[in-house]
Design a protein around this ligand. Structure first.
Ligand code: GCO
Length: 474
């Protein structure tokens, strides 16, 4: 039955069609991030990054999975012999683009100061190899990892971080700006500060959770300022490409729609999770309720008029959207800012990153179109992993739930496109199973199975499903 539905929707998809404009065709790609796939720990003069430190010295995976795992080898994609094979798999998949990130500590090992030519040369070659294979690089400058030397100086807790990032971005944009068409300044500030750093409590702070959460918003504000600085610089360089920022966005719904407390909490969560970032990025304003709540716990959060002016004056060329699931919010008086949503999932078969709701992707895209002047949007991540799938079998690893997830989300995204959303690309997370941060290698999201011992790759059912979707739409 499911198969019939899938086949029918493919016919439907081909009907909708995405017209290829010669200059900038719709981007059908896959996504990854440096720390999760590269390995090459300290190769070619790389400096120590925040995640090198967290996994090797703090052992952060221990808290959740009970053992120490690191990205020191990951899926070995720093190695050219390996990544050339992976490019071949991308070609067979039929993608015309690949989203990956640069590790700042390969390029400027101490964060500021001397530039490491070997690190720059590595990414130069990767970009050239991709282009030679007909695959457009979509380059994220910063995906959670940055040099440990800057963490020691306070990281985003230090306002100087904006200038350090700007300096790094200048090196990158000057070097690759002529051959890369799509840059992404940052990935998911909310997840970086309000989820990952917050849960890890990297600074080992004894402050109450509310204060730590509020300080996370202050860091996110600085990241938005750094984003604006990089975009302004890119535009002044008069390059032909486009630059944007990627946010994790989740429609916020009350867990119990009959409970007024859940309804209120979900409205507030929407402002924290979505509106704060979208308004900051597109309007240069923040929701007053968020500002008031943050100032209550961190009085130093005082975005100045000139800072807000910088935000208001600088617009991204496109918005990158990472969508996995809606947030089902329940009121919790003990939780910072009084709500929880991460663990709420009412689905019978649970996906790692929340309830499976393709309709909410449609709602999200149309809401952004209506509220923010119809910006260009790129779905830079969308994906799932389910307990019990992804068992190593040859020649194809079975992952029917992921295949179904991708298929239904593509239908929702293309429906939004048909209804006027300016959608320019779609990138499932991820091309390959990889290092899933604090969960180490225990959660798989790839379209391609990876044996983490041998580095063997085996395409999954979802790989072939996505291959059909791309074919039907080209
Ligand atoms: C994030 C990142 C990815 C994750 C993916 C799956 O959302 O944390 O962008 O690096 O691996 O979302 O959880």
């Amino acid at each position: 039955m499911k198969k019939i539905i899938i086949n029918l929707s493919i016919i439907l998809l081909s009907g909708i069609g995405v017209k290829a404009q010669n200059k900038n065709p719709f981007l059908w790609g896959i996504a990854s991030a440096a720390y999760q796939v590269e390995g090459g720990y300290r190769a070619d003069g790389k400096g120590e990054s925040k995640w090198d430190f967290l996994t090797n010295k703090v052992g952060v995976t221990q808290f959740l999975i009970g053992q120490k795992q690191t990205g020191n080898v990951a899926i070995n994609m720093y190695d050219r012999t390996q990544y050339l094979k992976d490019i071949q798999l991308m070609k067979e998949l039929g993608v015309n683009s690949y989203r990956f990130s640069l590790d700042w500590s390969r390029i400027i090992p101490d964060g500021i100061g001397a530039v490491n030519e070997k690190g720059l040369a590595h990414y130069d070659l990767l970009i050239d190899d991709l282009k030679a294979a007909g695959i457009e690089p979509v380059v994220t400058l910063y995906h959670f990892d940055y040099p440990m030397a800057l963490v020691q100086k306070g990281g985003w807790g230090n306002p100087e971080m904006i200038n350090w990032y700007k300096n790094y971005a200048e090196v990158v944009l000057k070097r690759y700006g002529k051959k890369v068409k799509y840059f992404i300044t940052f990935n998911e500030p909310y997840i970086e500060f309000m989820v990952a750093e917050y849960l890890i409590n990297m600074e080992q702070s004894k402050e109450p959770n509310t204060v730590r959460f509020a300080k996370g918003i202050q860091k996110a504000h600085r990241q938005l300022l750094a984003n604006a600085a990089a975009i302004k610089m890119f535009h002044e360089m008069n390059l032909k490409g486009q630059i944007g920022m990627t946010l994790n966005l989740s429609p916020c719904l009350p867990l119990d729609s009959n409970n007024p407390k859940d309804i209120k909490a979900s409205e507030f969560e929407d402002k924290l999770l979505n509106k704060f970032f979208l308004d900051g990025l597109f309007k240069g304003t923040y929701p007053q309720q968020v500002v008031d709540s943050v100032q209550k716990y961190d009085p130093s959060f005082q975005p100045s008029g000139s800072e807000m002016k910088i935000l208001a004056e600088t617009k991204p060329d496109f918005l990158g959207i990472n969508y996995y699931a809606p947030a089902l919010v329940s009121y919790d008086e003990k939780a910072p800012f009084a709500s929880t949503w991460m663990d709420n999932n009412t689905d019978k078969v649970k996906s790692h990153n929340g309830p499976v709701r393709p309709d909410e992707l449609y709602h999200l895209l149309t809401r952004i179109k209506n509220d923010y002047g119809s910006p260009k949007m790129m779905i830079t991540e969308n994906g799932a992993g389910f307990e019990g799938e992804d068992i190593k079998v040859k020649p194809i690893v079975k992952d029917p739930l992921r295949a179904d997830f991708i298929q239904r989300h593509v239908v929702a995204a293309l429906k939004a496109k048909t209804d006027g959303v300016n959608l320019i690309g779609y990138f499932p997370w991820s091309g390959w199973d990889n290092f899933e941060w604090v969960f180490g290698y225990t959660k798989r999201f790839g379209l391609i199975y990876v044996d983490f011992e041998t580095q063997e790759r085996i395409p999954k059912q979802s790989y072939f499903e996505y291959q059909k979707i791309i074919k039907a739409n080209k």
